[in-house]
Structure formats: structure tokens, C-alpha cells
Design a protein around this ligand. Structure first.
Ligand SMILES: NC(=O)c1ccc[n+]([C@@H]2O[C@H](COP(=O)([O-])OP(=O)(O)OC[C@H]3O[C@@H](n4cnc5c(N)ncnc54)[C@H](OP(=O)(O)O)[C@@H]3O)[C@@H](O)[C@H]2O)c1
Length: 336
């Protein structure tokens, strides 16, 4: 109850920021980012677009991957007009396709750019059941597995950049508080919804993908520590924001839900605040493996803090990006 009142009032937490802080406010006074290169996925709209605008305003060079190059060029034009002199590269990337992720990384490497920041923000909330070209349920493929592979393939570059520049690298995974709505066996449910649509529930599939973002953060933080890499990884809940995320559910009911919950909604500049805070605020040097909401450290669900689940998901993800998904799911399917 007290937490809800604090949220509604926008009271500042330990960080000095709260639910009503905007991305510009939380980055005001942060060091200039002119020596920082950032990749931000999903920057063509919503929270990602605002994250890109604010980081460009603070001087960062941006690489914006997008599945529609037209949308990316339009985003680049908006950024160039808002932040004259900004350095922005756009490249094709469809996160639901593992081969597209590999192509993006090879194109990025051919640019010979450093990489300080990776913001895994792109996401979808799929109303209709769909399977990716790699045989994986589409929400999971887009929100989690594509980002898992992207991060894996960019990690060496991030570690090298941090070593060469002395600037700590940061990875930010954009999750959601909805991760806590998932209970049960993650890999088993993924196998069920990747085989057919009879078990598919759009909200449960979305929650699964967002729980995977949380567990990915936990396991990667552990691995980065073991490697003594000067790179951190954290994840965030941006808040509830009316964006194009609900594009497949537009209509009277969605309008009504947003109307009824309007007091709880954030604006897009408020929605991008936690990502920007975690991406660049000096207070978070060496902070890794944490979950943030309203620009303050927050609790994940019980499943989201389970190290065994994090290692299990990591092992399954390694298999899913390296061989036919059927060989991962079939052993689980005997009783389904
Ligand atoms: N809005 C909320 O209330 C809320 C709450 C909690 C968490 N989040 C999370 O915040 C993140 C940003 O969402 P948003 O609300 O800003 O939604 P949005 O406006 O729909 O933006 C989503 C972005 O992801 C991109 N994207 C979707 N599928 C992609 C794919 N296969 N490959 C590459 N890019 C893809 C979209 O590109 P296109 O232009 O090509 O579609 C778009 O740029 C998501 O991870 C979402 O889960 C949002």
C-alpha cells in the first residue's frame, strides 16, 4: 500500500529518483558520452526511441538495429533533428531470427567500432501464436533468445573495449514486472508453445520471455564476474507505458484498460528513465546482476532470483542457438 502511494506521488527512492523522474532528469549531470558507443535494440518507437534520444543528447554514438530499415532511417532523421551533430548508424536486425542476429553482428564488427553499451530493449507482446523461422515461439525468440545470442556474440568486443578505454561496459536488459506472473517449468512451457498453439497463452508467453530476461541478467553477471570482465549487466522494469507494444490488441477494451489504469501509467520519458539511469549513471559503477524499477533497485520474483533456474535456462539457450530446437524440446515432450 505504502509502495503504491509512493509510486503515485513519485517519491524519490535511495537513488534520489522515483516513478516520475524522466530520462533527461536522471542523466542530467552524468559525464558526457562522446567517447561511448551504444547499441540500442528497438529504438524505432516507444521506450527505446526515447532512450536513444536522451543518450544521443548526452553525446553517445548510437548503432540502431531494426527489422525495418525505413523505420530506422526515420528514427535516425528524428534524432538528427533533435540532437544536431549526433553520430548514428542503422543496421538491419530481426531479433526473432538467429541468422539475422549473426548477420547484424558481422556487419557491426566490419565497422570496427568499439562497444561500451548494449541496451537489449526491443520487445513484442504477441496476441496471435507464431513460431519463428528457427522453430521457437515468437515472443520468446524476439524478447529473449535473439538478445541472448546478440549479447553472446558482442561480449568479446565489449570486454576488449572496456580494457582498451578503461570505461566500464554496461549491458541493460529491459524486462518487466510481469516476469513475476510466470510460474511452472520454463523450458517445458517453452517446448509446449514452440510445438503447437494448444498451450499458448499470450500473457504467459510474454511473462516467460521477461522472466528469461531477468535470469539471463543473473547468470551473465555471475559469468562476467568469474571472467573478471570490466562489464556489468542489469535488468529493468520500465513501468507501464502506453506504447506500440499493445499494437496487436488495439481497440475499445485496450482503451478502457488504459483509461482505468491511467493514474498508474508513465509517460514515455518517464518509461525510459530507469534504462538510462542503469545505462550511464556513475552511481552504478560495479553494480551488476540487479533488477531496477523506478530508478531504484527492486526485488524480482522468487523464480527470478533462482540461480539453478538461471543456469538451466542458460544451458538450454546455448543449445537453442547452436542446434535444431527440436533436439532440445523433444526429450521434454514425452508426457505433453
Ligand atoms: N510499454 C510498457 O508498458 C512496457 C512495460 C514493461 C516492459 N516493457 C518492455 O519495454 C521494451 C520496449 O517496449 P515499448 O513499450 O517501447 O514497445 P514498442 O513501442 O512496441 O517498441 C518495441 C520496439 O521493439 C522492436 N521490435 C519488435 N520486434 C522486433 C524484432 N523481431 N526485431 C527487432 N526489433 C523488434 C520494435 O520495432 P518495429 O518498429 O519494427 O516494430 C520497436 O522498435 C520491451 O522489451 C517491452 O517488453 C514495456
Amino acid at each position: 500500500m505504502l509502495e503504491t502511494v509512493k509510486y503515485l506521488l513519485g517519491s524519490a527512492g535511495a537513488s534520489g529518483y522515483g516513478s516520475k523522474s524522466t530520462a533527461e532528469q536522471v542523466t542530467d549531470g552524468c559525464p558526457n558520452l562522446s567517447s561511448v558507443t551504444a547499441i540500442i535494440t528497438g529504438a524505432t518507437s516507444g521506450i527505446g526511441a526515447e532512450t536513444a534520444r536522451v543518450l544521443a543528447k548526452r553525446g553517445a554514438r548510437l548503432v540502431l538495429p531494426a527489422r525495418s530499415l525505413k523505420a530506422a532511417e526515420e528514427a535516425k532523421a528524428r534524432l538528427a533533428s533533435d540532437c544536431p551533430g549526433s553520430d548514428i548508424v542503422v543496421l538491419p536486425l530481426d531479433l526473432s531470427s538467429l541468422s539475422s542476429v549473426r548477420n547484424f553482428v558481422s556487419q557491426f564488427h566490419s565497422l570496427n567500432l568499439p562497444l561500451n553499451l548494449l541496451i537489449n530493449n526491443a520487445g513484442k507482446f504477441a496476441h496471435q501464436h507464431a513460431i519463428s523461422e528457427d522453430g521457437i515461439e515468437m515472443t520468446f525468440a524476439t524478447n529473449y533468445l535473439g538478445h541472448f545470442l546478440l549479447t553472446k556474440l558482442l561480449l568479446k568486443k565489449m570486454i576488449e573495449t572496456a580494457k582498451a578505454t578503461g570505461i566500464q561496459g554496461r549491458i541493460v536488459n529491459v524486462s518487466s514486472s510481469i516476469h513475476s506472473w510466470f510460474s511452472g517449468d520454463m523450458i517445458r512451457y517453452l517446448g509446449q508453445i514452440s510445438r503447437n498453439k494448444s498451450h499458448y497463452d499470450a500473457t504467459r508467453a510474454y511473462a516467460l520471455s521477461k522472466l528469461a530476461n531477468v535470469l539471463h541478467t543473473k547468470e551473465l553477471a555471475q559469468r562476467l564476474k568469474q571472467m573478471e570482465a570490466n562489464v556489468t549487466v542489469n535488468c529493468v522494469h520500465p513501468g507501464i507505458v502506453r506504447t506500440r507494444l499493445t499494437r496487436e490488441r488495439e481497440g475499445f477494451i485496450t482503451d478502457l484498460v488504459f483509461f482505468l489504469t491511467s493514474k498508474l501509467l508513465k509517460t514515455i520519458p518517464q518509461g525510459a528513465a530507469t534504462t538510462c539511469y542503469v545505462a550511464i549513471h556513475p552511481r552504478l559503477v560495479n553494480v551488476s546482476g540487479k533488477y531496477f524499477a523506478d530508478c531504484n533497485e527492486a526485488w524480482t520474483s522468487k523464480l527470478g532470483s533462482n540461480s539453478n533456474e538461471a543456469s538451466r535456462l542458460w544451458a538450454a539457450s546455448e543449445l537453442l542457438v547452436s542446434r535444431d530446437p527440436k533436439s532440445v524440446f523433444d526429450p521434454l515432450s514425452a508426457n505433453d
